[in-house]
Design a protein around this ligand. Sequence first.
Ligand code: ASP
Length: 309
Amino acid sequence: MLPVVVVHGGAGQIPKERSEMSTAGVCRAARAAYSILQGGGSSMDAVVEAVSLLENDPSFNAGCGSVLNVKGEVEMDAIVMDGKMLRSGAVSAVRNIANPVQLARLVMDKTSHACLTAEGANQFASAMGVPSVPQESLITEYSQMRWKKNLTPDADPVECQMGKMGTVGAVAVDGEGNISCATSTGGMLNKMEGRVGDTPCIGSGGYADNNIGAVSTTGHGEAIMKVTLARLILFHMEQGQSVEAASDLGLAYMRSRVHGLGGVVTVDPRGHWAVRFSSRQMSWAAAQKDTLHYGLYTGEHYTQSINAH
Ligand code: ASP
């Protein structure tokens, strides 16, 4: 059953003309992460590679392609967690960084802190030699169009985003049984400046524990934080629930208790995995035993050999 990697490209409703790009992106990321795992690489290397590729892909709401805040600017959040010693690193409200997930990993590896925010995170990036990129390189025509559309007084950005999301994340178990997760996002459409969502919050945007499993989440961040969705799902797994049942229980609770929609990718230490979402769609892909699995709508599950293109 090991190794395994599961990747998501955000919960929501993906417009038809973008669905192929979105599926191709998650499949590419799962393949790249799986080849790291097959080469004996760690689950942390695998999830960071998967998420970095998705950040670089303008089809997703992370890195290049991030949604814009109310001022038309990009502020991003990301987290990584290593299930062996429960080490984690995160950045929030960070600007001008191409790969926030890699910066989150540096926070984990090179500081004694769990999260750095805004200017402090950017100062740390430059101290670490991470280049600052022009904001324009992170902004797409599509994100600008959606930002403008949601500036009108009768707009409902949350509703609109539940329509079209694209936060990215990954969970993996490597050949040694080490489990990791990573999540990265531009946040919510037309959010206030300085708004920080669930993604960089440990237990909300993700959690990994070698003894239980790992979860990466996507969806309405304010709702996810209220129920600490990732940790809630792992709690159900600790109580003996399967990856599928625990993921469903967490999402159902978020829906009934706080009317929140979202999606998750979940793994356990034996390599069982689940993809669950309460939104209309979520692009996802998984790689295990030389097979690539992927889908977009509820119940959709295609497979092909990992080597087929
Ligand atoms: N959870 C992210 C946030 O609220 C958004 C998303 O998953 O699309 O920042």
